[in-house]
Structure formats: structure tokens, C-alpha cells
Design a protein around this ligand. Structure first.
Ligand SMILES: Cc1cc2nc3c(=O)[nH]c(=O)nc-3n(C[C@H](O)[C@H](O)[C@H](O)COP(=O)(O)OP(=O)(O)OC[C@H]3O[C@@H](n4cnc5c(N)ncnc54)[C@H](O)[C@@H]3O)c2cc1C
Length: 457
């Protein structure tokens, strides 16, 4: 069997390695248009900020290391067309410009996503994206070269925009952070976002919320400036972090169905609608286990699991059992200034858009037992469904012990736990980690009361 993989990062290389390991008779070939394989995109903001020294430090396994294991890897090679009837992919060597055909028995399409670059004046010349490692390396080189980058406009205040903004400030570069939404991070509710906005402002970020980018141009004084519908700001460079669009074009041209989310439709074995083509990672949509919809959630955690599931299905060895990807609940964590920010499930805004009747509670507690030195702060928000009490979402913004807690809330969301039962969950306690009533247990108790459910502890 010949497995051809398009895209040599999280989903693609996970599947490639698994099929290579499990099937002696498999020939595994990967085409990757960048220079690196199996790298951590999640580490790119730290590379840009200088916390990580070299791009290679973010590489888990290089093309050479894969080749030594017997996997054929062609870097700087772009897939440009898929012929599903002939089971062939046309690829282009980006250095020589030569095109050739790569046949396959099974094709894994793992081309990821890429930030949207709006068609606005000046962006092609002055806009940077920092999505692949090659792009992160380019941005780092520009900053290191001392080429007069003193002010940068970051457009998009999602978690990637925030991480990049902070990395730039740490390097002594001024930042205008622009987003058309009235608050940063649309994946959390407004009261939680306001905590982050205060921290970013204190750090020195010039927050421009509710403003829409319209152009990048050379101003009257000869310097570059970024123009929005409300103002004009000097910026030597513009970083675009406006959310990623899944790279579906090639697969869609080959007949693979695209869902309403704009990502590829797959079944729970990661099979697309076209026989012989699997897809995994940022390029697919997943079942949202909270609201029952199909969503495109671009996170490394899913890409790795989905790559594995696709690999198991492609290898299809009788003794290997079966694997199915169940779906996602939207668990994510990041750090913004002193705050760890974590979320899972629905926000109140999203629940209201979907017409789901919920109750929500918000309160502030301490990260450790209140009497401990530097007990810290955690802002907590939790949502549950009226009638059933099912936990539908949680958000935490705190100075400590946040990631542990969101993972508990994620399990509650995934298993459909009800707040009245959640109050009794046996969660760990010692003073350095929280109070004797964990903040999640407190949230469950408050929600049980708010929903009029029993028992009322
Ligand atoms: C700055 C940043 C920070 C992040 N932080 C986190 C985090 O903290 N936690 C988390 O869970 N996730 C994080 N993510 C998301 C995570 O990195 C992605 O979800 C994950 O990398 C997706 O894996 P993938 O294999 O689907 O796609 P990708 O990693 O995007 O890999 C796709 C590969 O396909 C290649 N490719 C595309 N088209 C072609 C073609 N036609 N021919 C050949 N090759 C092609 C691309 O060059 C790319 O290398 C972050 C992402 C970014 C950008």
C-alpha cells in the first residue's frame, strides 16, 4: 500500500508514522511545502519573542530523522492537484519549479489552515503572517535584523494575536492591537475579556477594539501607517492574526465535501466523501459534543488525535482494533500577561445565538487557599442548561491552577455531567492549589441554586 500525505506537520506526520510502524508493506511518502516537518506552531510566538532561540528548537522530528526511519519526505514540495480517479497527486518542487505525479492507494489530506489575508491596499507588501515555522522564522529575522521595526500593528485579538502582541512588547516593540470586535478573545464572555484588556493596556499595548482595518499605506511623513475605519496609526509592520481558514481548495476540487463551517466533512474515521482520501487536523470539521453542531476547531490537540485515528483506519490491520474520533468540546488554554486563560464549551453569547436556555454564574476566588502568601486571583464563569442542569461551558482567568480546573470542566462538558452532581465530585485539595471547596465545586453549587435544582448544599 502506498500512503501519500499532503502536509508534514501534526496530523500528517502522526498518521505517516503510525502507518509506517504498523504496516511493513506500506510505502509512506509525505509532501510538505515548507522546510520543516513535525514542528510546534504553538511555540512560534515564543520564537518571535526570543524566548526560544532557533526555529529548529521547535522541531520534534526533522525530515532527515523521518527519512532515517524509512518515511520518504519531500520538503519544499507543494501538492497542486489531486486526481481521485487515477489516484494521483501533481506536486511541484518549489526550488526547481519541476512538476511530477505522485501515485497513491490512500491519500491523507492534512494541509492545515492559514490566516485570512484580506484583499486590502498595502497588505501584500507590509503584512506578515506567523502561522508556519518558515513564517515565524521570517518575522523573527526581520525583528533581529534591527531593520527599524519599532511599532507593529497586530490585527486580530484572538489568542494568537494576543500571544504575538505580548511577545513583541517583551522585545521592546510598540504594539497597536486592532480588532473589529468590541472585546478581545471572542471565545470567552465579555466580563472575562475585560480582565485581559486591562492587563494588556497595563503592559503598554495600544488596544484598538471595534475598529476595522482598511489599508496599510505610506503616510505624509514617509513612514508606514495602518488605517482603520476610526483612525490611523504608525506601524513599521503589520501582523495578521485574523483567524485561520482551512486549506480545503485542493480537496474540494477533487470532490471532497465541504461543510457549512468551511472545513472538510469527514466521518469519525476521518474519511472524506471521496473514496481513498482521508483528512485530519485543522482542515476538517468536528462534531461539537456540547451543542451537537459541526465546527472547525483549529487546535494541535485535535490534529494529533485525528492523525492517529486516520492512520489506524488507513493501516487497517485486523489485530489493531478500531478507533473513532468522537468530537470536541472546545477546551483551550493560553497565557496573557499574568493571566492564565482557559475555556471550554459554550459562551453565554454563543448559547444565546443558538437559542439554548442557560443560567450562568460569575465570581472571583483565590488561586490558592486564601490564607496562603500570594494567594492569587481566579475569575470563574460557568454555564449550565436550564431544566437539566447539564454543564455547558466554563471559563477561568486566573494567576494559577487554571489549566487543571478547565480540564475537569472539560470532562464534565464531554460526559454531560449535571451541576447538581458536579458539586460532589472528588477533586483534589491542598492549600497551594486552592480552597477546600474547589472553585469548580463552588460554581456548580451556585449554578444548582440559580437553576432551582436540588440538592442545595
Ligand atoms: C501561533 C500559533 C499558536 C498555536 N498555539 C496552540 C496551542 O497553544 N495549543 C493548541 O492546541 N494549538 C495551537 N495552535 C494550533 C495548532 O498549531 C494547529 O491546530 C496544528 O498545528 C494543526 O495541525 P495540522 O497538521 O492540521 O496543520 P498544520 O500544522 O497547519 O500543518 C499543515 C502543513 O501542511 C502544509 N501544506 C499546506 N498546503 C500544502 C500543499 N498544498 N502541499 C504541501 N504541503 C502543504 C503546510 O505548510 C503545513 O506545514 C497554534 C497555532 C499557531 C499558528
Amino acid at each position: 500500500v502506498r500512503l501519500l500525505v499532503i502536509g508534514g506537520d501534526a496530523a500528517g506526520m502522526t498518521a505517516a508514522s503510525l502507518v509506517h510502524r504498523r504496516r511493513d508493506d506500506a510505502e509512506v511518502v509525505v509532501v510538505e511545502r515548507g522546510s520543516y516537518t513535525s514542528y510546534s506552531m504553538c511555540g512560534i510566538p515564543y520564537l518571535v519573542g526570543g524566548v526560544i532561540d532557533e526555529p529548529e528548537d521547535l522541531v520534534t522530528r526533522s525530515p532527515e530523522q523521518f527519512r532515517e526511519r524509512g518515511i520518504t519526505v519531500h520538503v519544499r514540495t507543494e501538492a497542486i492537484a489531486i486526481d481521485p480517479d487515477a489516484r494521483r497527486v501533481t506536486v511541484c518542487d518549489l526550488d526547481s519549479g519541476d512538476e511530477r505525479e505522485e501515485p497513491y492507494d490512500a491519500l491523507l489530506y492534512a494541509a492545515g489552515a492559514h490566516p485570512r489575508v484580506p484583499d486590502l491596499p498595502g497588505l501584500a507588501e507590509h503584512g506578515y503572517v506567523v502561522h508556519t515555522l518558515d513564517e515565524g522564522e521570517r518575522m523573527r529575522a526581520v525583528l533581529d535584523s534591527g531593520g527599524g521595526i519599532e511599532q507593529v500593528a497586530v490585527v486580530g485579538a484572538g489568542y494568537i494575536g494576543l500571544e504575538i502582541a505580548e511577545a513583541l512588547i517583551d522585545r521592546g516593540v510598540g504594539v497597536h492591537l486592532i480588532d473589529r470586535s468590541p472585546h478581545v478573545m471572542k471565545t470567552i464572555d465579555d466580563d472575562m475579556a475585560e480582565v485581559l484588556e486591562d492587563a494588556l493596556t497595563d503592559l503598554g499595548v495600544d488596544l484598538r477594539l471595534g475598529e476595522d482595518l482598511t489599508a496599510v499605506r505610506v503616510g505624509d511623513h514617509g513612514g508606514r501607517e495602518v488605517v482603520t475605519d476610526k483612525g490611523c496609526y504608525p506601524a513599521d509592520a503589520v501582523v495578521l492574526a485574523m483567524g485561520g481558514a482551512p486549506n480545503v481548495a485542493l480537496a474540494a476540487d477533487a470532490g471532497c465535501a465541504v461543510g457549512t463551517s468551511g472545513a472538510l466533512v469527514v466521518d469519525d474515521r476521518m474519511r472524506t466523501s471521496v473514496p481513498g482520501i482521508w483528512a485530519a487536523g485543522d482542515v476538517v470539521e468536528s462534531r461539537d459534543l456540547v451543542a451537537g453542531l459541526r465546527l472547525n476547531v483549529q487546535l494541535g490537540t485535535h490534529a494529533n488525535k485525528q492523525g492517529k485515528v486516520a492512520g489506524i483506519d488507513i493501516a487497517a490491520q485486523p489485530d489493531d482494533g478500531d478507533a473513532a474520533f468522537p468530537g470536541v468540546v472546545g477546551t483551550a488554554v493560553t497565557r496573557v500577561c499574568q493571566w492564565d486563560v482557559a475555556r471550554v464549551g459554550l459562551t453565554e453569547r454563543r448559547a444565546s445565538e443558538l437559542g439554548i436556555d442557560i443560567a450562568a454564574v460569575s465570581f472571583t476566588g483565590t488561586a490558592k487557599a486564601g490564607y496562603m502568601p500570594e494567594a492569587g486571583t481566579v475569575h470563574v464563569r460557568m454555564l449550565a442548561e436550564r431544566g437539566t442542569g447539564r454543564v455547558l461551558g466554563a471559563q477561568l482567568v486566573g494567576t494559577g491552577n487554571v489549566a487543571k480546573r478547565i480540564d475537569v470542566a472539560a470532562v464534565w462538558c464531554q460526559l454531560g455531567v449535571r451541576v447538581q452532581d458536579a458539586q460532589f465530585f472528588d477533586l483534589s485539595y491542598a492549600p497551594p492549589f486552592g480552597g477546600v471547596w474547589d472553585l469548580l465545586l463552588v460554581a456548580a453549587r451556585k449554578l444548582t441554586a440559580a437553576l432551582g435544582l436540588t440538592p442545595q448544599l
